[in-house]
Design a protein around this ligand. Structure first.
Ligand code: IVH
Length: 677
């Protein structure tokens, strides 16, 4: 194809126009018009045409964002108009003071209109356009001169290389902020962690570091964005209000914050501030406050400047989300389920609007991930209402006497061994019923309907019993007197008597309910039932080792290990003995007679049933000799699945196990005289 083939030139122009339009929709209007793949296809076509016809390449072509070799140094750029900074205010009162001074200076009694803008937490950038073409990008530097980072600015995808539309001044300097959106920052850091690259402490540093790369190809790989907030030099007329100016910049293809609003007077400004403060955490990028600017440019000119900041604008800062403090100690707390959680004790620090002296460290993996030691200086982060976190260690500030943080071997609440299952992040106290920290949960479980079924013993009463010191372990329940109970708040004589009666009634139980009530790890109802059936009585179970326990249908090595170690602990045996002494008893377990139609078959019920509960269906199947189990394995003979059945059904199907629906089940039960015809 000859170089001067006019159809090629036309296609190149058309492609550039299309790409610029898609780019604008995507980056400026947040409203993508085509899938990424289509964009990539157009870009590849343009690249191919330009490669074949290099004479057609122009500097504003979208293929030319990344170009040129790495620099040795950045050239210095003198700002024709200095890049000013802003005065800060930190409270409503200080903001009211700012507004008062503005009105006094203007001699205005009336409320002033302000343009309200998020204060983006990034790096200031000046972009110079001549005849609509981007000719220079410069950092703020000291305000009087900065560095020429044109090649880097060109790589930022939402900076137009050519202004859109018309009417722009022949020379126009757009000013704004370069920032890294949070999602891009997280993705960049996790990639850096995987590849042992350098991570950044926050999106602001990431933006600053990325913009100051001497090699623009590196900047091009960083997820940066630009947002315009004003103009510097302009050779022609511009709108007479800040808000209209920003709207105009948007039309010329520059991204401006979608949060910009005009407010009338202080009250509206403050409610804008509150609204954005509340939504701060859900914005796609960090903001560190609100900038309020007198909207009328004529009034701005009358107000002028002091030193290095305008009198017509102010930054109302948000409380800092990150602060530095010292990790004084790490304590280990035992949760209601026995999970042991390390908690950071910090030198008190004001962050995110509150004083923070504790922060959860979640688990030992987190401590390892942070590389944390006692005595370290740490960055504490509290964003929005989110609970405070230790975000990072400042390694340069580690004192020589910093000490490692080790998981305690024994539970701080009960002295039982602490167990950390390999591959699991959470460490646990193995004390269960014996651990005072777990007592509340243990009592709730013990009293539950499917366990000892103690009517009236709910969370509130349990909390009262614990607070009054009436119960130190589950066996104490059986020694409660109505008199002592009636002394509890909101517990009348009658309810106290009823509760004692309900507790007394629970003495008459079944072995499987009792085993379930003990709350051994991973022993749910089905396993408790299997244990009861297999051993028939408590005594042989107490003596069984893990090997014997594995002979129980559906009991694997893990569950067997939990059961064996529970009964190996003398304190658990003593507790069981106390419960039996308190009168808990059960009828002899009916061992399956054999010969039932489902004799010994492992059956799993999943999903919901219409005509009866799953428990009731399980009970009926058990009468026919089935063993009802909670999980599907190769040993499962039959799965009964109702609506809502999920992974168990899928697993059964993949193992080729017979699956029945409710109708089939009912038919079967009917056949055996267990439901009415
Ligand atoms: S106006 C004369 N508007 O904050 C006014 N600045 O401390 C100059 N910033 O260096 C700035 N968001 O980088 C303005 N909506 C906004 C801003 C903003 C962030 C930064 C800017 C400046 C610093 C001022």
């Amino acid at each position: 194809m000859p170089v001067d083939d006019p159809t090629v030139g036309a296609e190149v122009s058309e492609l550039r126009e299309l790409l610029a339009q898609h780019n604008h929709r995507y980056y400026v209007l947040d409203d993508p018009s085509v899938p990424d793949a289509e964009y990539d296809r157009l870009m590849r076509r343009l690249r191919a045409l330009e490669e074949a016809h290099p004479a057609l390449v122009t500097p504003d072509s979208p293929t030319q964002r990344v170009g040129g070799a790495a620099l040795d140094v950045f050239n210095s750029v003198r700002h024709e108009l200095p890049m000013l900074s802003l005065d800060n205010v930190f409270s409503e009162e200080e903001f009211r003071g700012f507004d008062r001074r503005v009105r006094e200076r203007l001699g205005e009694g009336a409320e002033v209109q302000y343009c309200c803008e998020p204060k983006l937490d990034g790096v200031a950038l000046s972009l110079l356009y001549e005849n609509g073409l981007l000719v220079r990008g410069a950092t703020r530097g000291d305000g009087a001169s900065g560095e020429d980072i044109t090649a880097n600015a060109r790589t930022i995808p939402n900076i137009p290389l050519r202004l859109r539309g018309e009417g722009w001044p022949q020379r126009l300097e757009v000013r704004g902020e370069v920032y890294m959106p949070r999602a891009g920052f997280e993705a960049f850091n996790s990639r850096a962690l995987e590849t042992d690259g350098k991570t950044f402490v926050n999106p602001r540093n990431a933006a600053a570091g990325s913009l100051r790369q001497l090699d623009p190809r590196i900047t091009a790989q960083r997820p940066l964005e630009f947002c315009a907030y004003g103009v510097g030099i302009a050779s022609g007329e511009l709108p007479a209000r800040q808000s209209l100016l920003l709207a105009q910049l948007r039309e010329w293809g520059l991204r401006c914050s979608p949060e910009i609003r005009v407010a009338q007077g202080v009250a509206e400004c403050l409610s804008y501030y509150e609204d954005l403060l509340e939504r701060r955490a859900s914005l796609p990028h960090d903001i560190d406050g609100i900038v309020f600017k007198v909207d009328s440019i004529a009034l701005q000119e009358r107000l002028g400047f002091v030193a290095r900041a305008p009198r017509w604008a102010v930054a109302h800062k948000f409380p800092a989300e990150e602060e530095m403090t010292r990790l004084e100690d790490v304590e280990f707390q035992v949760g209601r389920t026995g999970a042991i959680t390390p908690v950071a004790r910090l030198a008190p620090v004001f962050v995110g609007g509150v004083t923070v002296s504790n922060a959860t460290l979640h688990n030992m993996d987190e401590i390892e991930r942070l590389g944390l030691m006692r005595g370290d200086t740490v960055i504490v982060r509290r964003a929005g209402d989110v609970i405070p976190q230790v975000a990072r260690v400042v390694p340069e500030r580690r004192p020589p006497d910093a000490s490692p943080i080790l998981l305690p071997q024994l539970c701080p609440a009960c002295g039982s061994p602490v167990e950390r299952v390999p591959g699991e992040a959470v460490a646990r106290c193995t004390g269960n019923l014996l651990c005072p920290a777990q007592l509340r949960e243990a009592l709730l479980h013990f009293a539950a309907r499917r366990a000892m079924d103690i009517d009236g013993l709910g969370e509130k009463v349990i909390d009262q019993l614990l607070a009054a010191g009436l119960v130190r372990d589950v066996s104490d329940l059986y020694h409660l007197e109505p008199g002592a109970l009636a002394a509890l708040e909101r517990m009348g004589r009658k309810s106290a008597e009823n509760l004692v009666l309900a507790i007394a009634r629970s003495r008459e139980s079944t072995l499987e309910k009792f085993l379930f009530a003990l709350g051994m790890r991973e022993v749910g109802e089905a396993t408790a039932r299997a244990l009861a059936r297999h051993f028939g009585a408590l005594e042989p179970l107490l003596e069984a080792d893990a090997i014997r326990l594995q002979q129980v249908p559906d009991v694997g090595p893990i569950v067997a290990g939990h059961v064996a170690s529970f009964f190996a602990d003398q304190r658990n045996r003593a507790l069981v003995a106390r419960l039996l002494e308190a009168g808990i008893h059960w009828p002899a377990v009916e061992m399956p007679a054999g010969g039932g139609p489902l004799d010994g078959a492992s059956v799993v019920l999943t999903g919901s049933l219409e005509s009866m509960t799953r428990e009731a269906a399980g009970e009926l199947l058990t009468r026919l000799g089935a063993r009802v189990s909670g999980s599907v394995s190769a040993k499962t003979r039959l799965v009964v699945a109702g609506p809502g059945a999920g992974s168990k059904l899928a697993k059964a199907e993949s193992l080729g196990i017979e699956v029945w629906d409710e109708e089939r089940l009912l038919g079967f039960l009917r056949e055996h005289g267990l439901v009415e015809v």
